[in-house]
Design a protein around this ligand. Structure first.
Ligand code: AMP
Ligand code: ZN
Length: 475
């Protein structure tokens, strides 16, 4: 399987050739843990998961590294605004450290629910301050920095290739609307590497440094941590498209200036999830989280299925109607697998007919062509209708494909969970609670329905919202 990827650096579809045969170094910008991740953010991590799974399926060993930003990310990407963590801590009445822990835990819980594989290396910015200081010192020694009003800046004029990937013309650099005017900057695009003089309030998170007590800028953390875990030159770097003009542009400048070599071979960027009303934004509030979907009774994998229905480089508009459609499609797929299993189909990848091999090759070609997940889903539906395949072959193919798609189809059992117990007898009181919970869900009173679910759990009854109505199981 020869993987081709669209490289944002040069905007070309390229054959993927790793630096070391059979291995991939992949760095993904992780969450800023000042709030819950919204479902738009989770698109970025799901796309990265699909990329990793595709590369693993193709036989590569993927060293997947992701940072957790728990310091230094201001509400504006261009050194303007307030520190996101501090703002959140004040609003929630918690310490910044507790905020970071709480939202990091919530993030990994959401990732697990979406069946996103945990990166091999998860690195917290606050655990790597010395690595950042070391990199800033190297930049200083090489003449890429200056100090103004207590803060250390990167001098973009000394890095002639600045803005290469973003294709920023001189004009964009002059008038970049998102970069606030900072009179200490020598050039419009210069950015802070180390703050000792915070413009805002006293920072709770500060560290000693050669330039005084302070804290790092946001961009330096990704450069320092990726180089630490993947070396000065590695294969793939990912993130959302919003990071191209500032964050990733600055990461490239710092890393290539510090290491005097090319930094990343392939840059991949996912497009945004939009609401009908426009952009979904964590900092502006009014966004939807995975927890919101759970409260409304969706399975997190319904959302994963919804994401697979769009190519990662296309914008995708979220609506409840399209999520409903994804839920029906996923549930119907699950039911078809249940039936195949019930009828005794057994997966066997070794004994595939020529037709089955052709179908699998098509799927692999679609995924290898810059991760065409919508085509891959269509492949599944068309193979289900294919009269040239046996039920066992269909099951084998779908389970193999799901190693990339990650819909947990291998966990589908041959009977609907709880079906048998449903026919058994339950206490009248428990029956009533189940009915009351259904009523609450119908009325969208999700806090009451959650309350009842917890109450039932305490009594050893687990409720499963299966296709066709709730099922229950004794724990
Ligand atoms: P943040 O936690 O704000 O740093 O964002 C985490 C990741 O989510 C980054 O890669 C962003 O580019 C990406 N992202 C932010 N908003 C959206 C959105 N609405 N749709 C898809 N990706 C997004
Ligand atoms: Zn980053």
């Amino acid at each position: 399987m020869k993987v081709k990827l669209m490289n944002s650096d040069g905007r070309l579809l390229q054959d993927f050739l790793p630096l070391v045969e059979g291995q991939v170094g992949m760095y993904c910008c992780g969450p800023t843990v000042y709030n819950y991740a919204h479902i738009g953010n989770m698109r970025a991590y799901t796309f990265e998961d699909i990329l990793r799974r595709t590369l693993e399926y193709a036989g590569y060993k993927v060293n997947h590294v992701m940072n957790v930003t728990d310091v230094g990310h201001l509400t504006g990407d261009g050194d303007d605004g307030e520190d996101k963590m501090i703002k959140s801590a004040r609003e929630q009445g918690m310490t910044v450290w507790d905020i970071a822990q709480h939202f990091t835990d919530a993030f990994f819980k959401d990732s697990e629910r979406l069946n996103i594989k945990r990166p091999l290396q998860v690195c917290k910015a606050t655990d790597h301050i010395q690595d950042m200081i070391d990199m800033i010192k190297t930049l200083e020694d090489k003449g890429f920095t200056y100090v103004a009003d207590g803060n250390v800046y990167f001098n973009t004029a000394n890095f002639p290739e600045y803005g290469r990937m973003a294709n920023l013309e001189n004009q964009d650099l002059q008038h970049g609307a998102r970069v606030a005017v900072d009179e200490n900057k020598k050039n419009y695009t210069d950015f802070v590497l180390w703050f000792t003089n915070s413009k805002f309030e006293t920072q709770a998170m500060t560290w000693d440094s050669p330039w005084g007590k302070g804290y790092p800028g946001w961009h330096i953390e990704c450069s320092a941590m990726s180089c630490k875990y993947l070396g000065p030159h590695f294969d793939i770097h990912c993130g959302g498209v919003d990071h191209i003009p500032i964050h990733h542009t600055n990461e490239i400048a710092q890393s290539e200036a510090a290491n005097s070599c090319k930094w990343v071979n392939y840059w991949l960027h996912n497009e945004f999830i939009l609401m009908k009303s426009g952009k979904m934004s964590k900092s502006k509030g009014g966004f939807i989280t995975l927890q919101d979907l759970l409260h409304k009774g969706y399975d997190p994998l319904d959302y994963r299925y919804f994401l697979l229905g769009g190519h990662y480089r296309s914008q995708l508009v979220f609506s409840w109607e399209s999520l409903d459609a994804s839920r029906s499609a996923r549930e119907s797929l699950v039911r078809k697998i249940q039936v195949m299993k019930k009828d005794g189909a057994v997966p066997d990848l070794q004994a595939l007919s020529e037709e089955a091999k052709r179908v699998l090759n098509d799927f692999q070609d679609h995924m290898a062509a810059d991760l065409n997940t919508p085509r891959a889903l269509a492949d599944i539906w068309s193979l289900l209708k294919n009269r040239g395949l046996t039920a066992s072959e269909k099951l084998t193919l779908i389970l193999d494909m799901d190693r990339i798609l990650g819909l947990k189809l291998n966990e589908v059992s041959d009977e609907v969970a709880g079906e048998e117990e449903m026919t058994g007898s339950l206490d009248e009181e428990i029956n009533q609670l189940i009915q009351e919970r259904q009523e609450a869900r119908k009325n969208k009173d999700f806090s009451r329905s959650d309350e009842i679910r917890d109450q039932l759990l305490k009594q050893g009854i687990q409720i499963i919202d299966a296709p066709g109505g709730p099922k229950w199981k004794k724990n």
